[in-house]
Design a protein around this ligand. Structure first.
Ligand code: HPA
Ligand code: ZN
Length: 330
């Protein structure tokens, strides 16, 4: 099963590129850029990855990305992710980044955009891996700042597959961002949003109604609202679930307690994703394998989950058909 899961063609839809920064690369970039890290070695970094909740993770996540300074740093970060994901059988990735986390420490917008898009092109040319870029807004910052970033990103509007919404969810409801998401819609840019990770089911409703999101990131707390579950089933709204992330951030105590099997039983359109693989116990293969071990799922279930991801991915119709065909033949 382990080998079969690895070669199953997979699309990853919920991946924060800054969350792919492995401790080894963090030290390498810190040395190159003259950044002093508050850790003696990579072992100490890994030992610090014990989280109580989303916020305790975010504190380390924002600290870690301080080592990213140049266009080439972003390029190397993304290339390292693409290579690891490729080895996990990932053939397409919708990668998200947090521009405000870089602008607020003095970088300009071109630095992440240019580095990431160069890596995306190189990954397609060298390992045949396709990708799309999601520009996420930090929901714990002012909505006006997100609106400003969207305007500032004008030169890259045609390379953004979607805008997203992430960071600290509680007390930052989707409705706070209605205007900027409306502006993205007017610009013809798709919208996705984290909702129902730590926040209540009402935030999933808000992401659909106020933000017109075409995918919900996480969404695991939807089960608290049966009417919402019925709506999500009928609309087949894609929910990008991140099993190991939910364990690491204590959304659930153990993977066996995760609502994934109940979500599948409810007929929801679920995919499996790694979220922040450097922080949450690894990439797609580890997430798939952990689900196999926790839930005893067979090949058909994993094929269905892989199909759900491809059907919801930001790819051309031709690429979608090609990956679906490869899933059917494995
Ligand atoms: N949730 C919210 N914001 C995030 C996450 C997450 O899991 N990872 C990076 N930003
Ligand atoms: Zn996330």
């Amino acid at each position: 099963m382990k080998d079969w899961l690895r070669q199953l063609p997979k699309a990853e839809l919920h991946l924060h590129i800054e969350g792919t920064l492995e401790p080894e690369q963090m030290f390498e970039l810190a040395a190159r850029n003259g950044v002093q890290l508050p850790f003696v070695d990579v072992g100490a970094v890994r030992a610090a990855y014990k989280f109580d909740d989303l916020q305790s993770f975010l504190d380390l996540y924002y600290q870690g990305m301080n080592v990213l300074h140049t266009e080439n740093d972003f390029f190397e970060l993304a290339m390292a992710y693409f290579q690891r994901a490729h080895a996990d059988g990932v053939v397409h990735a919708d990668i998200s980044f947090d521009p405000q986390a870089h602008l607020t420490r003095g970088l300009d917008l071109a630095t992440p955009f240019d580095g990431l898009t160069r890596a995306m092109q190189q990954a397609e040319q060298t390992i045949g891996m396709t990708s799309a870029l999601i520009m996420s807004f930090l929901r714990d910052r002012e909505a006006a700042e997100a609106a400003e970033v969207l305007e500032q990103a004008r030169p890259w509007h045609d390379v953004i597959a979607a805008v997203g919404l992430d960071s600290a969810e509680q007390n930052n409801p989707p409705e706070k961002f209605t205007a900027v998401f409306e502006r993205a819609r007017a610009l013809g840019i798709r919208r996705v949003a984290h909702a129902g990770e730590e926040g209540p089911a009402a935030y999933i409703r808000g992401a659909l109604d106020a933000l017109d999101a075409c995918r919900i990131d996480h969404g695991v707390r939807c089960l608290e609202d049966p009417d919402l579950v019925a709506h999500l089933r009928e609309s087949q709204m894609p929910l990008t679930v991140c099993p190991l992330s939910n364990v690491y951030l204590k959304v659930v105590d153990r993977l066996v307690d995760h609502p994934l099997p109940a979500m599948l039983d409810a007929g929801l359109n679920v995919s499996l994703n790694s979220d922040d693989p450097a922080y949450f116990g690894g990439g797609m293969q580890n997430n798939f394998l952990a689900c196999h071990e926790a839930f005893g799922w067979d090949e058909n279930i994993f094929r269905g989950l892989a199909r759900n991801a491809v059907n919801a991915a930001f790819v051309t119709d031709a690429r979608r058909a090609e990956i679906l065909d490869a899933i059917d033949h494995c």
